[in-house]
Design a protein around this ligand. Structure first.
Ligand SMILES: [Ca+2]
Ligand SMILES: [Ca+2]
Ligand SMILES: [Ca+2]
Length: 322
C-alpha cells in the first residue's frame, strides 16, 4: 500500500465514488480502498447493515429484500483502519451503521429517494488498530468527523449514541481520557473538523440523541423538516460550536439537553416555524428567524448571552440569562 495515499480523502467524499466499479441492480458493491471501507449502492432500493465484528473487521450485510453485497448476503472486510464511505445512490434506501469504532471518519451520502438511516453506538475518530507499517503520527493528525447527507427526498436520519473524538491519540485505552483532555483545549484554530448532518430537500425527520462532538452543523434544507437534537450529554462536555439551520418552509425544531459554548439556530424563511428549547445551556446563543410569525418556547435553559430574533413573534416559557 502507498502510505502517502492511505487515510487521505483525495477528493470530496462523493467524488471518490466515481472511481468505484459500477454496481449492478440489487448488488451493492463494497471494497477496501487503502484503509477505507467503501460501499456503493445501486440506483434501486438497497438495504444495508454495517457493523464491526473484530478489532479492524467490519461486516457489510443485506438487511432486506433483494439486496446483495458483492453477490452474497454479507461480506467481511479487514483491515478497516481509516474511514467508512457510503454512497447509497437513488431509490428508497435503508442503512444501519452500528456498534463500532471508526478510526477516522464516516461519510454517508443517501442520494435521491426517501431514505432511512440509523447510526447507533459508534465512536468516530477513535483508536481501532494501527495497521502494520503505519506509524501512529501518520494517522492521528486531524481527529474524526461525521458527514451525513440525506439529499433529495423525505429522509429519516436517526443518530444515537455517537462520540466524535477530537485529535484522539491512536493508542489503546486512552479514549475516555482523550475526550476530557481535548475538551480542555478550547483555543480556536485547532484541527477539529465540523461534523455535518444534512437533510437537504424534502420533508426530513432528523433525530440526534446523545451525540458528543466538538463542532456540529445540522441542516434541514428546503421542505417541512422535523428536527430534534440532544448533544453533549456527558458532564462538562458540550459542543464547542453547534449550528442548526432548518432551511426554508415551515419547520419544527426541538433542542433538548443541548450543551454548547456557542449555539446558533436559524429556522430560515417560511412562516410559523416552531422552536422548543428545553434544558439547553450555552455560553452564547442566537436564535434567528428570517421568516415570519415564528414561535419559540423555552424551559429550564440558561445562557450567558442570548439573542432572539424579533421575527419570533411568539415567545413563551423562560430563557434564563446569567
Ligand atoms: Ca440505492
Ligand atoms: Ca434521500
Ligand atoms: Ca426546512
Amino acid at each position: 500500500m502507498n502510505k502517502s495515499q492511505s487515510c487521505v480523502f483525495r477528493a470530496a467524499c462523493a467524488a471518490a465514488f466515481l472511481a468505484a466499479p459500477l454496481a449492478r441492480g440489487g448488488n451493492v458493491n463494497a471494497y477496501l480502498d487503502g484503509g477505507d471501507l467503501v460501499i456503493c449502492g445501486t440506483s434501486s432500493a438497497d438495504n444495508v447493515g454495517v457493523r464491526q465484528i473484530g478489532p479492524s473487521t467490519w461486516r457489510v450485510s443485506s438487511l432486506a429484500g433483494s439486496t446483495k453485497i458483492n453477490g452474497s448476503s454479507y461480506q467481511d472486510f479487514d483491515p478497516v483502519y481509516c474511514g467508512i464511505r457510503i454512497d447509497m445512490k437513488g431509490g428508497n434506501d435503508g442503512l444501519v451503521v452500528q456498534d463500532g469504532i471508526i478510526p477516522k471518519s464516516l461519510c454517508i451520502y443517501m442520494g435521491s429517494g426517501n431514505d432511512n438511516v440509523a447510526l447507533n453506538n459508534l465512536t468516530i475518530g477513535g483508536y481501532s488498530i494501527v495497521a502494520e507499517g503505519l506509524q501512529s503520527e501518520e494517522v492521528s493528525s486531524s481527529g474524526g468527523y461525521l458527514r451525513l447527507k440525506g439529499d433529495d427526498g423525505n429522509d429519516s436520519l436517526w443518530v444515537n449514541n455517537l462520540v466524535v473524538l477530537y485529535n484522539a491519540y491512536w493508542s489503546p485505552n486512552t479514549v475516555d481520557s482523550d475526550l476530557l483532555t481535548t475538551k480542555a483545549q478550547t483555543s480556536g484554530g485547532s484541527s477539529s473538523k465540523w461534523s455535518t448532518i444534512a437533510g437537504c430537500s424534502g420533508n426530513d425527520r432528523i433525530v440526534v440523541q446523545n451525540f458528543q462532538v466538538k463542532k456540529l452543523e445540522v441542516t434541514g434544507g428546503s421542505g417541512k423538516d422535523d428536527v430534534a437534537v440532544q448533544v453533549g450529554s456527558l458532564p462538562n462536555f458540550g459542543c464547542e460550536r453547534f449550528c442548526i439551520d432548518t432551511g426554508s418552509d415551515t419547520d419544527q425544531l426541538k433542542l433538548n439537553m443541548a450543551f454548547a459554548e456557542k449555539l446558533m439556530v436559524e429556522v430560515g424563511p417560511g412562516k410559523s416555524d416552531k422552536v422548543n428549547v428545553v434544558g439547553t445551556f450555552a455560553d452564547c446563543a442566537e436564535f434567528e428567524d428570517c421568516g415570519t410569525n415564528g414561535f419559540i418556547t423555552g424551559a429550564a435553559s440558561s445562557f450567558n448571552s442570548l439573542w432572539i430574533d424579533s421575527n419570533f413573534t411568539h415567545v413563551s416559557g423562560t430563557f434564563i440569562t446569567y
